[in-house]
Each structure stands twice: as C-alpha cells, then as structure tokens.
Ligand binder design. Sequence first.
Ligand code: CS2
Ligand code: MG
Length: 412
Amino acid sequence: MLIERADVIVTSPGRNFVTLKITTDDGVVGYGDGTLNGRELSVASYLTDHVVPLLIGRDAHAIEDTWQYLYRGAYWRRGPVTMAAIAAVDTALWDIKAKVAGLPLYQLLGGASRDRCLVYGHASGKDIPELFDSVRQHIEEGFRAIRIQTGVPGLDSVYGVASSAAAAIGDDTRYDYEPARRSALPAEESWDTRAYLRHVPSVFEAVRGEFGEDIALLHDAHHRLTPIQAAKLGKSLEPYDLFWLEDVTPAENQEALRWVRHHTTTPLAIGEVFNSVWDYQHLIREQLIDYVRSPITHAGGISSVRRIMDYAAMYQVKSGMHGPTDVSPVGLAAAVHLGLALHNFGIQEYMVHSEQTREVFGPTHEFAHGGLRPSEKPGLGIHFDEDLAAKYPYERAYLPVNRLQDGTVHDW
Ligand code: CS2
Ligand code: MG
C-alpha cells in the first residue's frame, strides 16, 4: 500500500487549523494535525514544500521508518515547526493503518487500559463571583477536574480568563483567550508577578470553601515565574491540594524545576511547548515533574509521544496531554486513542471546540462521567468535510505579547 498523494489543508472555522490528508493507492485516507497556534503557515509550508514530495510512493504501513526518515533525514532536528509537521504525517499514517485493520486506533496501541480518559475543563472569571459561576457550570456539565484561572487585581487582562461573564459560562467564545487573535499585530497584555502571587492562594481558598475537597483543581502559571517565585507559589497552594501546578517557569531550563521541587509537594506539570523526548531527559529521570504536557500535535505524533510516555512510565510520571482548542479535533482524537491505551495515562486537557470547528471535523469522541472515550469507528474516527473547510480561508492571527508594567517584555 503506497502513499499516492498528500494534501495540506489550512482552514479557519473560527480559528486556524493545519490538517494533512494522506491518500493511499488503494484509496484509504488518513488525517493528521499539524496546527501551531499563531505560526500555522510555517508548518503548512514545511509540509507542502519539503515533506509531501518525500511521501509520494512510500509504503504507507512503514510508520516508524517514515518517522525516522523525516526526523533524521532533515539533518535539522526538533523544533516546533519540524515536529508538528512530522506529527501530522505520523498521525495520518496511524489513522490509515487502523482503518486498514478495521479497528479503532486504540486497539492497535495495545487496547483499552480504562473505560475513559479523565479530562479537565477550563473555568475562569475576572473575579470570584464570575469564577464560581464558571466552576458551577463545569460541574453541571459533568467535569470532575477543573482548571482555575482568575483576573488579578490591578491587571486589565490575564492569560486564561474569558473576556466576559457570558463567555466564562460557556458559549462559543468561552475560550476567547486561547486562539491567536485575528489582528495585524499581537495584542499586548501587562503583568505583575507580586500581585499575582499575593492573589492566587486566596482564589483557591475560596474555591475549596465553596466547592469542597472532592473536585480536582489545576492551575497554569504559563511560564511566568522564576524558580524561587514558583517554589513560593507551590508552597502557598499546598493547603488546597492541587492536582497539578503547570508551567511554573520558562520551559527551556530543566534545572529550574529542581529548585521548585525541593520546596513544594504540589505536583508539577510541564511541556506543552516541548517537542521531543530530549526536552524531558533530566526532568523525568530525576523525577522533577509529575505530568508530561506534550500533545501529539506538537511533539512528533503518536509514535513519538508514546516513546516519551514509555520513558516517563519508568519514573512514575504520567501523561497530561495539552488539549486547548489549538490542537484540532484530529489531534484531540489521537490523544484520546493513545490516552485510553497508555498505562501511565494521567489526565487529558479538554476544551470543547466551537460549533463551526466541530462541523468541519465531525464528532470524534463521547464525553460522559467526566471523561472522553474515542470513537469506535476504524482509525481515528474523523469525518473531515473538505467543502465546508474550504469556506473558511486562513486569517493571520497572533498570540498576545506580555509586558511588565514598566514596559519590559515578559513571558506570556
Ligand atoms: C495553555 C495553552 O492549555 C494550556 O494549558 O497553556 O493553551 C496555550 O496558551 C496555547 O496552547 C497557546 O497557543
Ligand atoms: Mg498551559
């Protein structure tokens, strides 16, 4: 079974997505996600200009060989653009293999290790009443694990907080802080770490007081802290028993996590911007983290995330795959198939895609009892509507830039 063609489809049903469609000579079609929020066209070009010509005529079953060929063969290894492009190819080939086998993909990855994948949703509010409404809404929808983000007194807009109360309790703009914004230049936000560190513990105290001890709570610091600030935050949140504290320091420096780890027992998650097993080499071996955040879409695909997770399993580190709306329904479907099969699955991030997006990609999973189950259809279970996708052309969009109050550029 040879690869006959490969098409890169960029569509923007509410936000931009890069999808690779691979077709074999006997007409089997597989899909992969290569969306890189705010830098989508660079992956589209990497695929169209450099990868697609290499795929034509290759054995569609040779997934590992193709992965190594694209990874080692480029000479220039790793990096978000390269690894998103490889992810798209790898995922599409797994989709094809499972379709040919007539099995849902998780069966080829070892079969189900659990009934469903526990997920967490995003609750947010500019202040405590808005946040409580959003948490309540999530509990009513069936979530058992919820990420908590709030505004910080004195700051106009903060990462992770929906812009209006209506959005925070769930219409299609619920996650309006998440997609890169369609504007000529990036929006600018401002930041004050001391104000944030003073405020966050009181938010968790209020949420525990209102909603009790049972619900799993998470928080994302979005790479904004120094190691000692992060250590202080982890320590101050210990009374509220977090499921995890995410991305406390900029991700490039693995050493930073050692300082954080020495000072707090709050579980740590990191890695949504990592793209290979090497980024976790010390973090996992030295048990400096508890959860791996890499999504299939940004870390080289199913083959490569499975390698990371097998390494992590040796050190009791679990998965917590990144699942914002910038991972397309194809990437999410792949995550749920792999998550169902992995022994060391931890939790899956789940932000419901907009209705426009769901119409283009079709339903891919079932949400019940606080968790996701993948489709039982052969492959990933994607029904991509190309005609509809063509009605939503790409629109340039940027993630925001963050500045300290004196104007210094800071991590967003
Ligand atoms: C966020 C990300 O979901 C998360 O945990 O940190 O959504 C991040 O902001 C986006 O992926 C940026 O594109
Ligand atoms: Mg995050």
